[in-house]
Design a protein around this ligand. Structure first.
Ligand SMILES: Nc1ncnc2c1ncn2[C@@H]1O[C@H](COP(=O)(O)OP(=O)(O)O)[C@@H](O)[C@H]1O
Ligand SMILES: [Mg+2]
Length: 262
């Protein structure tokens, strides 16, 4: 049997000085290639959980396992080669004078030979729809472009698991569509923290709800979003008029496109 891409067991975490833990017994298994949305009200600990997946946060109790490696001081470097986190604010990810240097930074740091870097950078930027951005300064890009550039800094590392924190926040509809195009075809495991429920349905076949420090629901995204009582109980709300039974997922849409041409 192949190991889960991500396995979280009994995870407990509190910020220093806080009276109550943010995470209090999180259990979550994610299989290789799965796409899972992590939903939950503001302050539920979604970002806190995500920061455990590559060892930025360390559990007070419990374990996080990536492939066969329990995340700890001895494995954290290897874990960061395999799990890439795209922060909510792309300005936390883009810190070099040019986008190309930002996208080259991860692979260079993990020992990819210098003569291979330009190809890595080009491939990653092309995948996110920014093939000509390598020489540009990040601050000259729009928010949507900076988000995609931040994703390219992770794609260039060829990670197994990509974790995205609120990838659609503050994006206009066109930028949101461009983001979908960039993420839709990826084959790696995806963990998407979001309060954008339609986006969760588009991208992720499975969703979990984090609330009260634990995973309180886990199932097909369409079933979760169709359960009005469950959503209400956890402070989640669909946009007015949105019908999860009628909205297609990205994969369904691309199947329709394919069957159009055959
Ligand atoms: N660096 C931090 N130091 C102290 N408390 C924090 C820190 N980051 C988040 N928190 C607190 O932890 C809780 C969970 O936050 P967070 O993980 O950001 O939730 P979410 O991403 O679900 O909105 C909140 O109460 C928040 O105020
Ligand atoms: Mg958050």
């Amino acid at each position: 049997m192949t190991a889960a891409a991500v396995r979280v067991r009994g995870l407990r975490f509190a910020y220093p000085g806080a009276d109550t833990p943010v995470l209090d017994g999180v259990d979550l298994d994610i299989a290789p290639g799965e796409r899972v949305a992590v939903l939950g009200p503001n302050g539920a600990g979604k970002t806190t959980l995500m920061l455990h997946l590559n060892g930025i946060n360390r559990p007070l109790a419990g374990t996080v396992t990536i492939g066969d490696d329990v995340v700890d001081a001895a494995t954290v470097r290897e874990v960061r080669r395999r799990v890439g986190i795209v922060f909510q604010d792309p300005d936390d990810q883009l810190f070099m004078p040019t986008v190309g240097e930002d996208v080259a930074f991860g692979p260079a740091n993990f020992g990819v030979p210098p003569d291979e870097l330009p190809r890595r950078v080009h491939t990653a930027l092309a995948r996110v729809g920014l093939p000509d951005a390598a020489g540009r300064a990040p601050q000259h890009l729009s928010l949507g472009q900076r988000r995609r550039a931040a994703i390219a800094t992770i794609l260039s590392m060829d990670v197994d698991v990509i974790v995205l924190d609120e990838p659609t926040s503050n994006l206009d509809p066109a930028s949101r569509r461009e983001l979908s195009a960039a993420l839709g075809d990826l084959e790696c495991t995806l963990v998407v923290v979001t309060h954008d429920l339609p986006y969760a349905l588009e991208l992720c076949e499975r969703s979990v709800i984090l609330n009260g420090g634990r995973i309180v629901a886990d199932g097909p995204t369409r079933d979760i979003l169709a359960d009005a009582a469950l959503l209400a109980a956890h402070g989640l709300e669909l946009p007015w008029g949105f019908d999860p039974h009628r909205a297609p997922t990205l994969r369904e849409r691309s199947q329709v496109r394919r069957s159009d041409v055959t």
